[in-house]
Write a protein that binds this ligand. Structure first.
Ligand SMILES: C[S@@+](CC[C@H](N)C(=O)[O-])C[C@H]1O[C@@H](n2cnc3c(N)ncnc32)[C@H](O)[C@@H]1O
Length: 255
């Protein structure tokens, strides 16, 4: 699958309502998902000119604009996402554009891109392109699913050993090792950590498997149920603050 063909899937998800699609694993009530709250804390946004590349319905773009950024531009190639963003998250210092993030114009102090890099055909060239849009001293803040945890190892085994379709739209399964290599090539300083620990190895992981596995391993309903029962009885979460064990990676590049 290619990034171009994912646009249709995204338009459908946003037309139906994103929260209905992603259900309770990511969203608990009206709360902002944990990874987004972590991104908000990552840097001082005051007075900055910010781009949100792959903004979806504009949740983080709105919060950054509210946190004192001078200007925030959210772009997304899904027209349904931009329609929703304009409806749900508007502010005077926030604007939106329906565009491909690989073709953006302008320069920014901070670029954020959450849960998007893994959907692109060539994540490294997209990163390189985003770096070129940074002002001197600029920051690039990326999040994407992380697989170096029990949840990730199980899903990676299904992907590699059985070619199972473990996600709907991910074209790449990125880890801190990829980002460290890219930071070297881009000659940028990188700091990283992971968040969503419970999703990586705790109760949220089991909830995720309950929903995901019947779609991934279609013919084995009973075996899946037995596996879930075993996990519920036996799984012991890792230490909370292991750097690499969260289900979402947060990567902060400095130019
Ligand atoms: C998983 S969603 C994340 C949305 C948002 N950043 C968030 O965290 O809520 C990925 C987003 O990337 C957008 N996207 C994927 N490829 C893109 C591209 N080439 N140009 C612009 N947006 C893209 C999709 O339309 C989708 O809204």
């Amino acid at each position: 699958m290619k990034n171009k063909s994912l646009k249709k899937i995204y338009n459908k998800i946003y037309a139906k309502g994103e929260r209905k699609h992603y259900s309770s694993i990511l969203f608990s009530g009206d709360r902002v998902p944990l990874a987004k709250r972590e991104v908000l804390k990552e840097i001082n946004w005051r007075g900055k000119n910010v781009l949100d590349a792959g903004c979806g319905t504009g949740e983080i773009a709105f919060l950054i604009a509210k946190d004192g950024a001078k200007k925030v531009l959210g772009i997304d190639y899904s027209k349904e996402a931009i329609l929703e963003a304009k409806k749900l998250h508007s502010r005077p210092n926030l604007s939106y554009e329906c565009a491909d993030l690989r073709k953006i114009k302008g320069k920014f102090d901070i670029i954020v891109s959450l849960g998007t890099l893994e959907h692109l055909d060539d994540p490294f060239s997209a990163l390189k392109n985003l770096r070129a849009k940074l002002n001197p001293g600029g920051h690039l803040i990326i999040t994407c699913p992380n697989w170096t945890n029990p949840r990730g190892y199980i899903l990676m085994a299904l992907l590699y050993l059985y070619r199972a379709k473990i996600t709907l739209a991910d074209l790449h399964y990125l880890t801190p090792t990829d980002f460290e290599g890219w930071a070297k090539e881009l000659k940028m300083k990188l700091s990283w950590r992971t968040t969503e620990q419970e999703w990586g190895h705790g109760a949220k992981m089991i909830l995720d498997f309950k929903k995901r596995l019947p779609k991934v391993v279609k013919s084995n309903k009973k075996k899946i149920e037995e596996f879930i029962v075993w996990l519920e009885k036996s799984a012991i979460p890792l230490e909370k603050n292991t750097k690499s064990s969260g289900a979402v990676g947060l990567y902060h590049f400095r130019k």
